[in-house]
Design a protein around this ligand. Structure first.
Ligand code: UDP
Ligand code: MG
Length: 341
């Protein structure tokens, strides 16, 4: 696995090079691996076997603390996922879990898990329960953490396992987000490590429709990336329906960008300017050329004009709504990284 620790993303949107003496700052962490599960009864067995073997290997190599564990979040499953988690919990030290009252969606399930483990770990990694994301990359995540990063993002190497539609919509999504001015790392989903202080900072963002992959870049702590491969799903089907994908994309855009609101204003202004120049043109024809169709200008022009003015007003109102919307979210204006008492 390739580790890119030399380039560090900062809150100022630049990439910084870490000096050598900034390396090796973290001890072997108590690691919590958070797995969101929605109807994943069949996948859980494979995930618990594979991940517990990996944890053991990492404990033996003193990469992580002995009391590291797996944390399953049942996101309102109806296929017996929770009883599978209860079975695993016979080994209380290694397997823990949380059950949500209904299906809240992947992002909320991940967030619920991360919030629940914050007090009981030094670092947490979120990974899909179907283990499509190569679990071996967890070693790289931990190395990234031990070398001083608070946020380690997993970036998939390619989209070979995706179908044509998913591949195109994903590429379109990252492109659109870029155009809207939203900072996210292309091909990074929700396979990432967060240190304890990054988890605590995440708790300061109270917004309901949280979009984790953009929020994690706003924390301001040291970020590094690692690359991983994606495997085929072994059991069950994808739980990300087209509707859920669109909801996620919409949340991502509306919680991080007011560009769509601004576009409405721009479109309104252009229509307004167009109808004004059309009006001048028609008036010139009527007065000096005299070949206008009777009734055309008085019917068509007001439609353009009123439509333009309405959109322009809507855009202006939208700007204010955008301001209220960001204020109501009550995001922290800064996050303190260190304290000298
Ligand atoms: N998931 C969830 N709640 C949902 C949808 C999905 O907790 O409403 C979980 C799912 O069980 C899996 C992860 O999120 O562990 C990713 O979902 P999936 O593998 O279906 O997405 P895909 O890999 O097809 O994009
Ligand atoms: Mg999957």
């Amino acid at each position: 696995m390739q580790i890119c620790l030399s380039m560090q993303y900062t809150i100022f949107g630049r990439y910084q090079r870490m000096s050598n003496n900034e390396n090796k700052v973290n001890a072997a962490p108590r690691l919590s691996i958070v797995l969101p599960c929605f109807n994943e009864r069949e996948s859980i067995k494979q995930a618990s076997d594979e991940l517990s073997a990996l944890l053991k290997e990492m404990i033996d190599k003193s990469l992580i603390a002995e009391n590291s564990y797996l944390f399953f979040v049942d996101d309102g499953s109806s296929d017996g996922t929770w009883s599978a988690i209860e079975d695993l919990h016979k080994n209380q030290q290694l397997f823990k879990g949380l059950k949500l009252s209904r299906n809240f969606g992947h992002q909320v399930a991940v967030l619920a898990g991360l919030t629940a483990v914050t007090k009981y770990c030094d670092a947490a990694i979120s990974i899909d329960a179907d283990l499509q994301q190569d679990p071996q990359a967890i070693i790289d995540f931990v190395n990234g953490y031990r070398n001083g990063a608070d946020v380690v993002l997993g970036v998939r190497r390619d989209r070979g396992t995706d179908g044509w539609f998913k591949k195109q919509t994903a590429l379109g999504f990252y492109h659109l987000m870029g155009m809207m001015g939203v900072k996210i790392i292309p091909n990074h989903a929700d396979y990432r490590l967060l240190s304890k202080r990054a988890l605590e900072a995440l708790a300061l963002f109270p917004e309901p429709g949280i979009f984790l992959r953009a929020i994690c870049l706003q924390l301001g702590f040291r970020v590094s990336t690692i690359f991983f491969d994606v495997r085929e799903r072994q059991y069950g089907q994808t739980k990300y329906s087209l509707k859920k994908m669109l909801q996620l994309a919409l949340h991502g855009i509306t919680s991080f960008s007011v560009v769509p609101l601004r576009l409405v204003g721009i479109v309104g202004f252009l229509l307004f300017a167009f109808s004004l120049s059309m009006g001048c043109y028609v008036a010139w024809h009527a007065l000096f050329v005299g070949d206008t169709v009777p009734g055309w200008a008085s019917t068509t022009l007001p439609i353009y004009f009123i439509g333009g003015v309405q959109l322009l007003c809507l855009g202006v109102v939208g700007e204010y709504v955008g301001q209220i919307y960001t204020t109501v979210k009550n995001r922290p204006r800064w996050i303190c990284e260190d304290k000298l008492d």
